[in-house]
Design a protein around this ligand. Sequence first.
Ligand code: HEM
Ligand code: HEM
Length: 185
Amino acid sequence: MRSAVVRTDRYSRGAIAFHWIIAVAILLNLWLGIAHDSLPRDWRVMPVHKAVGITVLMLSLARLAWRLGHRPPPLPLALPHWEKLTAKAAHWTLYALTIVIPLTGWMMVSNGNPPRPLDWFGLFPIPYLPVSKAVSGVSHEAHEILGWALLVLVVLHILAALRHHLILRDSTLVRMLPILRAPTV
Ligand code: HEM
Ligand code: HEM
C-alpha cells in the first residue's frame, strides 16, 4: 500500500512556482532596467519594465505571506553552521529586495519629473502612490542602487546553487526545480 507520508526534502509546488515565475520576471526587469537606453524605442521598454515590476511586487507580497505560513525543507544536515546562516540571510534579503525595489520604482514614477503615464500592459491604469517630490527623488536613487545590489546578490545566489549542484553534488538545486515530480515514500 502507498504510504501517505510525503517526503519533506523538496520545495512544494507553490514555492517552486513562486520562485521561478518571480525569478524570470526579475531577470527580465534587471536587463530592461539596465539596458533601456540602448534597446529599440518601439519595444516600449519602460512601460513593460514598469508593468512587469508591479506584477513582481504583487507576486512577491503574495509569496511572502504564503512563505510565512509554509516552512521550506530543511537545509542539508552536512552543511556547516555559517553556510546555513549565510543562506538564510541571503534568502531573506532577496525576499526584501523583490518587494522594496519595485516599490521604490512605483514611488519614483508617482511624482516624477516629467510625470509619466502608468498602466498594466495597456490594459488598465495603475494609480500613483501619494508621495512628495522629495520622496520620489530619494526613491529614484534607492531604485538604482538596490537594483544593482540585487544583480550582485542574484549572481552570488546562482553561483551558490551551481556550487551545490556541481561541486558539493547535493540536492539543493534539484529540490527547487519544477521538472521532477515531488517524490512520495
Ligand atoms: C522587479 C522589479 C524591478 C527591478 C529588478 C528593477 C530594476 C531596475 C534597474 C536595475 C534599473 C536601472 C538602474 C540604473 O539606471 O542604474 C531600473 C530603472 C528604472 N526603473 Fe526599475 N526595476 C523594477 C521595477 C520597477 C517599477 C515597478 C517601476 C515603476 C513603476 C520601475 C521604474 C524604473 C524607471 C523609470 C527606471 C529608469 C530610471 C532612470 O533611468 O533614471 N522599475 N530598474
Ligand atoms: C533571479 C532572481 C532570483 C530570486 C529573487 C531568487 C530568490 C530565492 C529565494 C528568496 C529563495 C529562498 C526560498 C525559501 O527557502 O523560502 C531561493 C531559493 C533557491 N534559489 Fe533562487 N532566486 C532567483 C534565481 C535563482 C536561479 C536563477 C537559480 C538557479 C540557478 C536559483 C536557485 C535557487 C535554489 C537552488 C534555491 C533553494 C536553496 C535552498 O534550498 O537553500 N534561484 N531563491
